[in-house]
Design a protein around this ligand. Structure first.
Ligand code: SAH
Ligand code: SF4
Ligand code: F3S
Length: 439
């Protein structure tokens, strides 16, 4: 076998949430700053970073099968680094089971990736899964280039400990990045081409810091400051916990034009007993009241959510309460999942697990309801005039696809470029997209 050499090309493959996508971009920038070149496919790269997600089952199996697939016909393999939440949760086991993995790096340690890769290139292996809050960001290269729509992680980690969820274990405690660092990173993203910024955090609305004058500032204050940049057109944030939805943030939805009328606010389940067992610390009623206040501030706001069906002990009638909630809310879009037991979480050892067949059936019924919700929301948008940010070319000649302020996919015909903001009238609606006529 030839001696390993320093990798010249790399490929980062990210799974899971938008924060992982953000981390993947930052790792790519970091490796780029070392003089390495990003390539489109893992098979062609000297170094492959698998940036993994641990939120639901089979995450770990998927990592092992991805590792296996990276072996080339001649038996060689790239240097494989496993990053992200599976690395954090199961790093030692991966090192023991998969000799081709040379680097295991957790979500709070990836600023060390270059040294770790160098060790791997010299024939060694390296693991780092420490959780030193914030150290990472200061050690990363400054942002230079951005697509029109950029992610900016402002908050990391979670202290909520919902009983089904691994995130508090894989991402650590809630931390907020400092105000000044975020204002600077946003400026660089805008200078690099961003016209829309989505502020990210597992509990993004829990973000808090001090401004340049030492005054306390919450997410609404950060949004207000970012909105002052004339070259930034749109601001979004995700994902929020109902308990951290402050009056200031609600008011911001009525006051800041650049803050898009969209709120992802997961409820998870429609039964108070199940919510309590999930440790969600809100009730159905408090959630619905909160949405009333949000809609008072911004009547056209699109509401999005996450749902889990088949939490341990959930009865059929408790599940049906979730169906009532979705009809009360009228979701513009939503993600729904079958409960998946996660190692080390309290719910995994709770009694009365729901059978897979029952979960399948509940998920189908829920998704049918959510589909009706989003069709109704899209139909209610027909006739609206709005701006659409162009994201990519459509399949037909002259066709483009973009996002409305309400995060709907809109297609339309014309002569545009990616990143353009185009004024359209929404003329036809389906459950997943609308067509627009350019004004
Ligand atoms: N911090 C966010 C979401 C984190 S994970 C929040 O609290 O809303 C994204 C979604 O995955 C969750 O909202 C939940 O619906 C789902 N999820 C998390 N753990 C899960 C599990 N063990 N089984 C099934 N779905 C899960
Ligand atoms: Fe997970 Fe709950 Fe934290 Fe969301 S709030 S990341 S679901 S523990
Ligand atoms: Fe997955 Fe980790 Fe995000 S578990 S959802 S990548 S925080």
């Amino acid at each position: 076998m030839s001696a390993p050499t320093a990798p010249k090309t790399f490929h980062v493959k990210s799974f899971g949430c938008q924060m992982n996508v953000y981390d993947g971009e930052r790792m790519a920038e970091l490796l780029g700053a070392q003089g390495m070149t990003s390539v489109g496919k893992g098979e062609d790269a000297d170094l492959v970073v698998l940036n993994t997600c641990h939120i639901r089952e089979r995450a770990t199996e998927k990592v092992y099968s991805d590792i296996g697939r990276l072996r080339r016909d001649d038996g060689s393999a790239p240097i494989i680094a496993v990053a992200g939440c599976v690395a954090q949760a199961e790093g030692d086991e991966i090192m023991a089971r998969a000799p081709s993995v040379k680097v295991v790096v957790g979500p709070q340690s990836y600023h060390h990736l270059p040294e770790m890769v160098a060790r791997a290139a010299a024939g060694g292996r390296a693991t780092e899964t420490d959780m030193p809050a914030e150290a990472k960001f200061a050690a990363l290269p400054k942002r230079r280039k951005s697509g029109p729509s950029a992610f900016l992680t402002v908050q990391e980690g979670c202290d909520k400990f919902c009983t089904y969820c691994v995130v508090p274990y894989t991402r650590g405690a809630e931390i907020s990045r400092p105000f000044n660092d975020l204002v600077e990173e946003a400026k660089l993203l805008v200078a690099g081409g961003a016209r829309e910024i989505t502020l990210l955090g597992q509990n993004v609305n829990a973000w808090g810091s001090e401004d340049e004058k030492g005054r306390k500032v919450g997410l609404d204050g950060l949004i207000r400051t970012l909105a002052d940049d004339p070259d930034l057109q749109r601001i979004r944030y995700t994902t929020s916990h109902p308990n951290d939805m402050t009056d200031g943030l609600i008011a911001a939805h009525g006051e800041i034009d650049k803050l898009m009328p969209f709120l992802h606010l997961p409820v998870q389940a429609g039964s108070d007993r199940v919510l309590k067992a999930m440790n969600r610390s809100h009730t159905v009623e408090s959630y619905l009241k909160l949405l009333d206040r949000v809609r008072e501030a911004r009547p056209d706001i699109a509401i999005s959510g996450d749902f889990i069906v088949g939490f341990p002990g959930e009865t059929n009638s408790e599940f049906e309460e979730t169906l009532h909630v979705i009809d009360a809310v009228g979701y513009a879009q939503a993600f729904s999942f079958k409960y998946s037991p996660r190692p080390g979480t309290p719910a995994a050892t709770m009694p009365d697990h729901v059978s897979p067949e029952e979960m399948d059936e509940r998920l189908q019924r829920l998704q049918a309801g959510l589909q009706r919700n989003s069709l109704a929301f899209n139909q209610s948008s027909v006739g609206r005039r709005c701006s659409v940010m162009v994201e990519r070319k459509g399949r037909q000649p002259g066709q483009w696809l973009g996002k409305s302020p309400w995060l709907q996919s809109v297609h339309f015909i014309g002569d545009f470029a990616i990143g353009d903001l185009v004024d359209v009238e929404l003329i036809e609606a389906g459950p997943n997209s609308l067509s627009g006529r350019v004004l």
